[in-house]
Design a protein around this ligand. Sequence first.
Ligand code: NAG
Ligand code: NAG
Ligand code: NAG
Ligand code: NAG
Ligand code: NAG
Ligand code: NAG
Ligand code: NAG
Ligand code: NAG
Ligand code: NAG
Length: 817
Amino acid sequence: MAMDLLSFSACLLIIFSKSSTALDTISPSQSLTDGMTLVSNDGSFELGFFTPGSSKNRFLGIWYKNIPMQTVVWVANRINPIYDSSGLLKIESTGKIVLQGQNNTTVWSNNSTEVVQNPILQLLDSGNLVVKDGKDSNSENYLWQSFDYPTDTMLPGMKIGFDLRTGFHRRLAAWKNSDDPSPGDLTYGVELEGTPEMVLRKGSVKYYRSGLWNGDGFSGTPNLRSNPIFDYDFVWNETEVYYIYFLKNKSVMSRFVLNQTESVRQRYTWNPETQTWKLFSIMPSDYCDRCGLCGPNGNCDNNKLPSCQCLKKFRPKSLERWNSSDWSEGCVHNKPLNCQSGDGFITIAQVKTPDTTNSWVNKIMNLKECRARCLQNCSCMAYTNLDVRNGGSGCAMWFGDLIDIKQFQSDGQDLYIRVSASEAELSKKPKVMLAVTIATVIAMLLGLCVVVCYVCKRRKKLKDEPEDRNVNDKENQDQNEDMDLAVFELAMVAQATEAFSFNNKLGEGGFGPVYKGILANGQEIAVKRLSKSSGQGLNEFKNEVKLIAKLQHRNLVRLLGCCIQGDERMLVYEYMPNRSLDSFIFDQTRSKALNWCRRFQIICGIARGLLYLHQDSRLRIIHRDLKASNVLLDSEMNPKISDFGMARTFGGDQTEANTNRVVGTYGYMAPEYAIDGLFSVKSDVFSFGILLLEIISGRKNRGFYDPNHSGNLIEHAWRLWKEGRPLDLADDFLVETGNLSEVLRCIHISLLCVQQHPEGRPTMSSVVLMLGSENELPQPKQPGFLFYKKPLEADTSSGNDGSSSRNEISISVLEAR
Ligand SMILES: *[C@@H]1O[C@H](CO)[C@@H](O)[C@H](O)[C@H]1NC(C)=O
Ligand SMILES: *[C@@H]1O[C@H](CO)[C@@H](O)[C@H](O)[C@H]1NC(C)=O
Ligand SMILES: *[C@@H]1O[C@H](CO)[C@@H](O)[C@H](O)[C@H]1NC(C)=O
Ligand SMILES: *[C@@H]1O[C@H](CO)[C@@H](O)[C@H](O)[C@H]1NC(C)=O
Ligand SMILES: *[C@@H]1O[C@H](CO)[C@@H](O)[C@H](O)[C@H]1NC(C)=O
Ligand SMILES: *[C@@H]1O[C@H](CO)[C@@H](O)[C@H](O)[C@H]1NC(C)=O
Ligand SMILES: *[C@@H]1O[C@H](CO)[C@@H](O)[C@H](O)[C@H]1NC(C)=O
Ligand SMILES: *[C@@H]1O[C@H](CO)[C@@H](O)[C@H](O)[C@H]1NC(C)=O
Ligand SMILES: *[C@@H]1O[C@H](CO)[C@@H](O)[C@H](O)[C@H]1NC(C)=O
């Protein structure tokens, strides 16, 4: 009866609130009992009593008002639950907030900073519960605010960090579990030791670091700035140091929360269509995000195997341990430093800056002063710019071992590390400073000499017909020691391939036939002889090839060099003994060689290779022709993507006079690409989805035939999915021997990738995440399969074994259907 009365009065109050806005505040003459709630003025947040998960205890908290699933963002009495419905919240006339529980005991209270005549407690639209002076109710001068006592959730506008004047510290602590809001041991906040940075701790262990704030963002998350959801800042001055974020679009709901069970920091955004929270990002998000994984002076690189590497000019401290994958002892200098007689520095490009515990920063010094200062102090091991904007300014230095460096492929920060003089990079321009005129004269003389020498050398070279020439320019030498792009002579290539004999032909790839060859030194190569139509000039071609050669990843086929003679253009690749993926998965007997475990590894490898092309390489390549025959297998069945960069380089509009051509292969093309010629990374994701379906089912999307239904493989997969028997898609022998939850997960991911709308498809980085975790996935929507019906079957696809690839379709053909 009492409960009924309570909820009745709550109802009345809610109705009342429609006409008046009074219900977002209480004053000392009022109180809030269990069953009643306060609702913020715009209706976005609600304050009241709740019971978390399967617990029976009551807590006072704040949650989102207008979404169906209760999502609590703040809890008052985290540690002291109320065991019945006797909870009562009031504000005393001194400004003290009191929460009472059973037997009128105080379970939680907080005092305002100053006494006012007429305090009121108000729930703001931001989700902040504040105490204000009732006389001055528009004031933003809060006497108390819940944003100062965050629990596990960071809302937009909340500051996580320190007030340096009072030492007051705001940090997040996760709920113990979804039934118990009391603080777990996972915390997130600013750490002041050395230079401030954000740190996620699990107990006393540093678990993830943000890296230094470099003006443009944290160095550990280099490309987060461009995200569509939120903008963020890190303020550090005499009075305060904190992290804060704001939503770019106020009508999007986004929250940032610590998750004890997963030991991660997650960001969710609300998806109004599915009425669910969508995981937007997660930290740590990959292996190398784990703090200090590779030990002192290690460098963690997700693209290498093993991921832990020593920094350049360093070696493992204990080889034995390092070889057994124990990185904890880290690395030491190859050659000992000698501070007195002078050390130098080398550049480590594109990294996350090391742990700042033993660091020092100065906002005014420039990079040169920074270097000089670091050189003077024998324990200074690295330096860099504090602010990378506008060409760089400020100085950050590290003393002692360098901990938790992570290698990025792009967008990271350059770090200069101390090495012995003999290993250092030459300092660029010390002499020039001495006497400008003399230097200029010398430089001119030198320049003349270089020109003369070059001409002489060239003459000589042309006469001598050298075996190969290195087109790699000098400037790359120190950074890419291992990148030797050779120019092969036509005679040599012809000899290697027995004059391009038919017997040596491996297949007809996207841009011309491919031949196997054996060089005089015994090395096996694959030669792609490009179709002659390309009108590219010599230098353009060389430049493009150099760019492609810079794309290096263990899941990409390695380009060894090129061959140019007359109008012949050839690319020379490493040879892959196991040929292409399609020769296995679509072959009755050979397919048995690839059990599920192997296939899953292949899937992950392809995903990583594609992610590298899309995101991590300097060029941001869209493949445009990803398919089974473009995935080659090395001797250990590791997948390597081939033909990348080709569309950009050779498939563009230079193809004769015919523009508007779509490069790609039927059955793999995303609808928006096939029809409108619109391509994006999401069209590659579509092709990846098809490839996944093919790997799982062992059947081709194109030419798929089901006796009982019409349609292609995607339609088939979608039908089975909707009928609740997705596993029927998989090849029988995989179902018998494979890891079913993995198979199912891959089917799920493939359907997400082939969704009709490009925006709905995940990016390759999400795909890689999805493959590697067991988090719940969103439901796939309608796939884009409607374009592959019969009329298109009558294509002109050339080629011998169905592995043929490039089909150029003019747009009118497609519109005609
Ligand atoms: C409430 O008070 C009664 C009587 O004073 C006592 O018996 C009971 O244990 C108290 N309950 C709680 C939860 O403190
Ligand atoms: C709690 O406080 C109310 C009002 O002050 C009083 O009427 C009631 O008897 C108290 N209950 C207990 C168990 O002390
Ligand atoms: C205010 O509440 C927070 C937790 O919600 C608590 O840590 C803090 O000690 C309280 N302050 C006072 C003065 O009671
Ligand atoms: C709360 O703060 C006011 C003003 O500073 C002070 O007068 C009062 O004693 C404080 N109350 C408690 C319980 O600390
Ligand atoms: C932690 O994350 C997992 C998976 O994302 C989710 O199922 C769980 O509800 C989360 N727990 C909390 C307390 O938010
Ligand atoms: C510190 O930064 C905050 C936020 O930008 C600003 O409000 C405050 O005035 C600054 N303090 C000083 C001493 O510059
Ligand atoms: C903000 O998001 C809403 C809902 O998603 C959308 O309708 C609106 O156009 C967006 N506003 C801006 C300025 O992007
Ligand atoms: C560690 O591995 C390297 C390369 O594989 C090898 O040369 C070296 O002998 C190994 N050292 C020890 C101590 O196992
Ligand atoms: C080097 O810098 C560290 C850290 O600032 C300092 O403690 C040490 O005294 C300096 N040593 C010299 C020789 O300047």
